[in-house]
Ligand binder design. Structure first.
Ligand SMILES: [Zn+2]
Length: 94
């Protein structure tokens, strides 16, 4: 028996989990770019409506990033097991 870890879910579900990393990464990039633009090119002449929509977009991006990465993390989760090389027997080591 050797101590190792195996994926909790099958390859289809893990593929979905990996694909969910894409919107998560894009949302993080979008949020970072929003902040970068605000710092590099502040536009005080723009009205409050402009800044409210920027803030809404930023908050939305952060929420998408959090939710997508949480689901992705759950789907890609691995569990610790003892694995027998000879017969493939798995024993959970929680
Ligand atoms: Zn065995």
């Amino acid at each position: 028996m050797i101590a190792t870890d195996i994926p909790v879910f099958n390859s289809v579900i893990r593929t979905i989990g990996a694909i969910l990393l894409i919107p998560s990464a894009l949302a993080v990039i979008g949020a970072v770019l929003t902040v970068a633009v605000l710092i590099l090119d502040p536009r005080p002449e723009f009205g409050i409506g402009h800044w409210l929509s920027v803030a809404a977009g930023f908050v939305g991006a952060v929420i998408v990033a959090l939710v997508a990465s949480l689901i992705s993390w759950l789907l890609l989760m691995r569990r610790d097991v003892y694995w027998c090389r000879r017969c493939g027997f798995l024993l959970s080591r929680a």
